[in-house]
Design a protein around this ligand. Sequence first.
Ligand SMILES: C[S@@+](CC[C@H](N)C(=O)[O-])C[C@H]1O[C@@H](n2cnc3c(N)ncnc32)[C@H](O)[C@@H]1O
Length: 282
Amino acid sequence: MVKTEKVDSKEVGLVVGLNLFNFFLGTKDLHYGLWTDDLEVKVQNLPEAQKRYSDFLISHFPEDVKTILDVGCGAGGLATELLSRGYQVEGVSPSPLLSEAAQNQAGENFKIHHGRFEDVEFSVNVKFDMVMFSESFQYITLDMVLDKAQSLLRPGGYIVICDFFKTDAKGKSVIGGGHKFDKFQKVLKKSGLKVLEEKDITKEAAPNLDLVNQMGRDLLMPTMKLMAYTFKTNRPWLSKIFTWKFRKKLDKIDYKYLSGERNAESFAKYKVYKFYLLQKAG
Ligand SMILES: C[S@@+](CC[C@H](N)C(=O)[O-])C[C@H]1O[C@@H](n2cnc3c(N)ncnc32)[C@H](O)[C@@H]1O
């Protein structure tokens, strides 16, 4: 019998998010938005905030960059933008579902290396001007990521990291994700890479969590309440069994999405969102 590979639930979450936002807002980006003071934090402004993030990122690319490896290319939104600006871009994607979306969006000229960054093999002759991690750094094994990225760069090439990390704030965060920032600092120091730019954009990224909070409160909660009410009224016994069997999962959903704890304030406490432009020795 053919063994089917298990689907990663995080990937499914990303694809569900992509489909929802694409359907309602027409955005195919999978990264946070950058909320500058002049932009009201409401879901309708998410595409504009995401565009500001992309523009911010690209505006920091050095002039001698032509070829880019987009690691964790999502649904290909950034790659499409970069190709349209004349860069040569290849992607890395471990998710068949997202790879398909990326290929469709960015077109046939966009070469995708299928698999995790940790595992994908490149010919020794392939060298890029830049390796970019846009909100994908946190998913990749920290101990090897910078060494492998450097091995794929020409001398003097660049690494861009735009992602959030965990602070050492006391308490338990309801928001998951991110490498520990102090551990990353050690890995960065050991890598020998030169830090050309480092920017803290936590303040501009944090409002994304207020949107998540609003969606939990105004969309997810009423929908779940209505479903639970209908289920309980129409199938009381089945509803009792279901609620008992999945009580732990339901409690987790309650705490994660409906408790109101996933907000900008708690993001700013437990996470630090950083932009880095790093350079390999020439
Ligand atoms: C939040 S999305 C960011 C997508 C895109 N870079 C952007 O800025 O819109 C995270 C991406 O990281 C990818 N990813 C997760 N684990 C990875 C791994 N081990 N190696 C490479 N990419 C990975 C996911 O498939 C997804 O495309």
